[in-house]
Design a protein around this ligand. Structure first.
Ligand code: BDP
Length: 330
């Protein structure tokens, strides 16, 4: 008798939970966000907008915290943590992502995009979709593409106008074999190194310089120790607002739609902020005494990259179509 009564109660609870389940929101989440940049940076503002919108649209069920300034670890470490689900989301450069997700390497090929608008168009279309599939296979869900402008060389020795000026130079690069090959083909010596170590390394002469976009050159104070900024614009590498696939799969489809919409909106905001910050960063470094030069003829730099492309396509024949999709685009 008691037994029967208990079963009755259990069923009652089960039925009422089912009834509530359809009316009540499903899951709550507390997300950890990783960011390499300082708080006042276009990427950081984009990420904050993303999280705020997700929290608002889910009435606070999905909330979280973004850890700026790389305090949760270097970028290569954070990529691994995101794959494992210890970090739930972040904005990652596709540069260091290449060591884990081969498809992302196509945008780390020097001079592959013709312009920033072309990069936007291709990343928002088939190229971005193909890269997204590659990321997902490795446990990372791409939600949107942020702008990181074009990267140029800077150093403490001299302006760079031709590849001969790079000869013998010690240049810090992001963690990716492609960039080591890129510097070698210009006659320099590349040192892959974490972003956080670059300032001290230039200051103490461990490396002569590095390469980056103007906002990163400025926000890290690298311009204080490397006074020559030469606009080679050899790399246009987009960044991804990405989520751990573990966190993504734990969301209901309604919540996934909210997260996706917030990511798309945040990418739009970030791209606008990026343009303004590039100009402001340039002004600030020039006021700080930096000597900026245009690289009048990029042809010799582009010619030197033929060996980088040849090696890449020999090592990764399955990525030929994706490379050509970008190269042959208008
Ligand atoms: C910046 C990227 C950042 C990279 C950094 C670097 O936004 O993700 O970590 O360059 O050079 O432009 O390591």
């Amino acid at each position: 008798m008691i037994f029967k009564k208990n079963i009755g109660r259990t069923l009652m609870v089960a039925i009422s939970l089912t009834a509530l389940g359809s009316a009540l929101p499903v899951a709550a989440a507390d997300l950890r966000g990783w960011n390499i940049h300082v708080e006042d940076y276009p990427v950081s503002h984009g990420m904050e907008q993303f999280l705020a919108e997700v929290t608002e649209k889910t009435d606070g069920r999905i909330k979280g915290k973004i850890f700026h300034g790389g305090v949760l670890g270097s970028q290569p470490d954070a990529i691994e943590q995101t794959r494992l689900g210890a970090i739930d989301f972040g904005v990652f450069s596709l540069g260091p992502m290449g060591q884990v997700v081969p498809e992302t390497n196509v945008v780390s090929l020097p001079f592959i995009f013709k312009s920033i608008p072309q990069m936007y168009k291709l990343m928002d279309g088939d190229v971005g979709a193909a890269i997204g599939v590659g990321l997902e296979k490795k446990g990372i869900k791409a939600l949107g593409w942020y702008d990181a402008g074009a990267r140029s060389f800077y150093n403490s020795i001299q302006p760079i106008n031709t590849p001969a000026d790079v000869e013998g130079m010690k240049v810090r690069v992001m963690n990716n074999d492609l960039f080591v090959g890129m510097i070698a083909s210009l006659g320099g010596n590349a040192t892959p190194m974490a972003f956080a170590e670059v300032f001290q390394s230039i200051k103490t002469g461990v490396v002569d310089g590095a390469e980056n976009n103007p906002p990163s050159y400025e926000s890290t104070n690298h311009f204080e120790v490397a006074k020559y900024y030469s606009k080679s614009e050899h790399l246009i590498i987009p960044e991804c607002l990405c989520m751990s696939k573990k966190a993504w799969d734990a969301l209901s489809s309604d919540d996934q739609a909210i997260v996706q919409a917030a990511a798309t909106a945040s990418a739009e905001t970030q791209r606008g902020l990026w343009q303004d910050r590039e100009a402001a960063s340039m002004e600030k470094v020039i006021a700080g005494g930096v000597i900026v030069n245009e690289v009048a003829d990029k042809g010799p730099f582009q010619d030197a990259m033929v060996s980088v492309y040849d090696k890449f396509l020999t090592d990764n024949p399955e990525l030929t179509d994706l490379v050509n999709m970008i190269r042959n685009a208008d």
